[in-house]
Write a protein that binds this ligand. Structure first.
Ligand code: PLP
Length: 396
């Protein structure tokens, strides 16, 4: 009775562990922003201002690819903050980058197409690609990002069999789930490959502004000459996820046209009120304010969690050193399925996300886990890590 798509999604479904307001759980599982970073009062004032100024138009249908005012603000914002020069015609506002991923997949992918992903990679992106029934190639991530060296060999191997790579999905800055940033050499190499072999790169820059280093590399889209890099980002982690505003930037007019058509089909357009709120928040510098505050807060939380992990269970795990973003990725030194550990920790009020869900080769990640330090308070991070340490020491 149900469609193939519904079955694929159900098989790969993961609970986002979004807690009910009354829940007392310490949540290392989801990528929820720290509540203190969401500027409720500012957004309240902006919402009233928008409703008064635009009246019914703020609740009317909007152009399906996004309001021009918002697009112009986004264009200025990405240039100012990320050095990405764009033409407003090539920006599409989407209902969160999740919709952006789905939209891009629908425009480019057919069943059987070869898609390269990082291993581990972002679960919800993997699910979008699974839904298109693609063939996956997974390239490991180390502390310098995706091992781009391997990509060239893979491309050659496929071409010997008369096949080609269609799309590469990458998060070069503060990757989800490892927190690693791709080094310059690999970024350059990736761009050389895209120029030579003509595939599509989807660059997910969601954490591009939430980094802890002195300098953050610019997006690869900003130095690309091939026109094949599609840039994707979102206001979910730097303003408010509930507004559901993300953006896609392509440099090719033909690509944008195809995406415009698909966007209209998907939902007729992103929430009008949300778009106007984000436009004003950008204009008033609210987003800049959140970014400044959030960067400091997440850096502090990263320091706390890393120090505790090293103190409490350095003998049983290895971990990544996040350069930004919300997450650290742990690997246990022994072969234990972290799903089992989750069962135990849930009973003690602590949740995290088991590693295998981030991996195409699930077996390679059974002993891994992603800890998100973005949402729990500093105190809860301390309490939660101690609880996890007790469980790990008991099991290992
Ligand atoms: C959180 C996150 C997103 C954001 O998704 P939205 O749909 O914009 O809320 C996108 N990509 C990655 C890697 C993320 O972690």
């Amino acid at each position: 009775m149900y469609s193939q798509e519904a079955k694929v999604l159900e098989e790969n479904f993961v609970s986002l562990e979004i807690p009910a307001v009354s829940d007392k759980i310490i949540n290392f599982a989801s990528g929820l922003p720290d509540p203190r970073t969401i500027p409720v009062k500012d957004i309240e004032a902006i919402a009233i201002e928008v409703l008064e100024k635009y009246g019914y138009n703020s609740l009317q249908y909007a152009p399906s690819t996004g309001f021009v005012q918002l697009i112009n603000e986004i264009s200025k914002f990405v240039y100012r903050t990320r050095g990405l020069k764009t033409n407003s015609d090539n920006i599409i506002v989407v209902s969160g980058s999740q919709q952006g991923l789905d939209l891009i997949s629908r425009v480019f992918l057919d069943p059987g197409d070869v898609v390269v992903v990082e291993e581990p990679s972002y679960i919800l992106a993997l699910n979008v690609f699974k839904l298109r029934r693609v063939r996956f190639v997974a390239i490991p991530v180390d502390d310098k990002g995706m091992k781009v060296e391997m990509l060239e060999d893979i491309i050659r191997e496929y071409s010997r069999e008369g096949m080609r790579i269609k799309l590469v999905y990458t998060m070069p800055i503060a990757q989800n789930p490892t927190g690693t940033t791709m080094c310059d050499e690999r970024r350059k190499h990736l761009l050389e490959l895209v120029e030579r072999y003509n595939f599509v790169i989807v660059e997910d820059d969601t954490y591009g502004l939430l980094t802890f280093e002195e300098e953050t590399p610019k997006p690869i889209a900003s130095i690309d000459k091939s026109g094949n890099v599609i840039y994707l980002s979102s206001f979910s982690k730097i303003l408010a996820p509930g507004l559901r505003i993300g953006h896609i930037i392509a440099s090719d007019d033909e690509v944008t046209k195809k995406m415009h058509i698909m966007k209209q089909f998907m939902d007729l357009g992103t929430s009008t009120l949300s778009q106007l709120i984000v436009e004003v928040a950008l204009k008033k510098g609210i987003v800049d304010k959140v970014v400044e505050y959030a960067k400091r807060l997440y850096r502090l939380k990263r320091d706390i969690i890393i120090e505790l992990i090293d103190e409490e269970f350095s003998d049983v795990v290895s971990r990544t050193s996040p350069k930004g973003g919300f997450y650290t990725w742990l690997k246990l030194n022994r072969n234990v399925d972290t799903e089992k550990i989750l069962e135990l920790s849930r009973k003690k009020g602590v949740v995290f996300t088991p590693g295998k869900r981030f991996c195409i080769n699930e077996n390679k990640c059974l002993d891994a886990m992603r800890l998100s330090y973005s949402n729990p308070s500093e105190d809860d991070i301390r309490i939660g890590i101690r609880i996890l340490a007790d469980i790990l020491c008991g099991v290992l």
